[in-house]
Design a protein around this ligand. Structure first.
Ligand code: GAR
Length: 209
């Protein structure tokens, strides 16, 4: 099976990008990262890409203030490199409908809660964990899903829960959730790259051989 050509879109720290890089280097994922695109200019994620000789690029509000031009530039880069899979690894920007339609069921996002709880507009990064603690739920977790035109509304691929303990803080909870993000995202990407994910409506079927 040919290696899947992967683009990773990032905005910050890039720890999820790092798990994908590490799993590819270990031979766990049948793919190659062709490009890392960051919506922030000097993100640590871009440094991580450079450390592994992966091409990195800044496409953000400063160099492409117009949202359509920005997304069209991203599409141009993806098409030039014949990308099979786009991974949103802590990408804090909105993708255009045009891009989502062009890459239907080929964009995977990682979200730090159990969707459909604590997701959608305004729920990103630490804000998710703040909301979880404020609500007082006893479980939270991480979700890997395909991206559709909505915010965090696409078909769910994988989920895993963690307990919210009474002494948890945003810091401890985010660490617990991040640990499972680093298990789930590479697993979902591995499955995609082995053609094991079939989407029917909202349901994702995982084939096991
Ligand atoms: C991760 O926790 C990811 O789930 C979250 O941002 C963090 C990025 O960390 N994404 C969202 O909140 C998307 N709605 P990283 O840059 O270290 O991978």
């Amino acid at each position: 099976m040919p290696l899947k050509k992967i683009a990773v879109l990032v905005s910050g720290r890039g720890s999820n990008l790092q798990t994908i890089i590490d799993n590819i280097e270990k031979g766990n994922i049948n793919g190659k990262i062709e490009i890392v695109i960051s919506s922030k200019k000097n993100s640590y994620a871009l440094e991580r890409a450079a450390n592994h000789n992966i091409e990195g690029m800044y496409i953000g509000k400063k160099n492409y203030p117009d949202i359509d031009k920005r997304n069209n530039k991203i599409i141009e880069i993806l098409q030039e490199r014949k990308i099979d899979l786009i991974i949103l690894a802590g990408y804090m920007s909105i993708l255009s409908e045009k891009l989502v339609k062009l890459y239907r069921n080929r964009i995977i996002n990682i979200h730090p809660s159990l969707i459909p709880s604590f997701c959608g507009k305004g729920f990103y990064g630490f804000k998710v964990h703040e909301a979880v603690l404020e609500y007082g739920v006893k479980l939270t977790g991480a979700t890997v899903h395909f991206v559709d035109e909505g915010t965090d509304t696409g078909p769910v691929i994988l989920q895993k829960a963690v307990n919210v303990d009474s002494d948890d803080t945003v810091d401890t909870l985010s660490k617990k959730v991040l640990k499972i993000e680093h298990e789930l995202l590479p697993l979902g990407v591995k499955m995609f790259c082995e053609d094991k994910l079939q989407v029917k409506g909202r349901k994702v079927r995982i084939s096991i051989d």
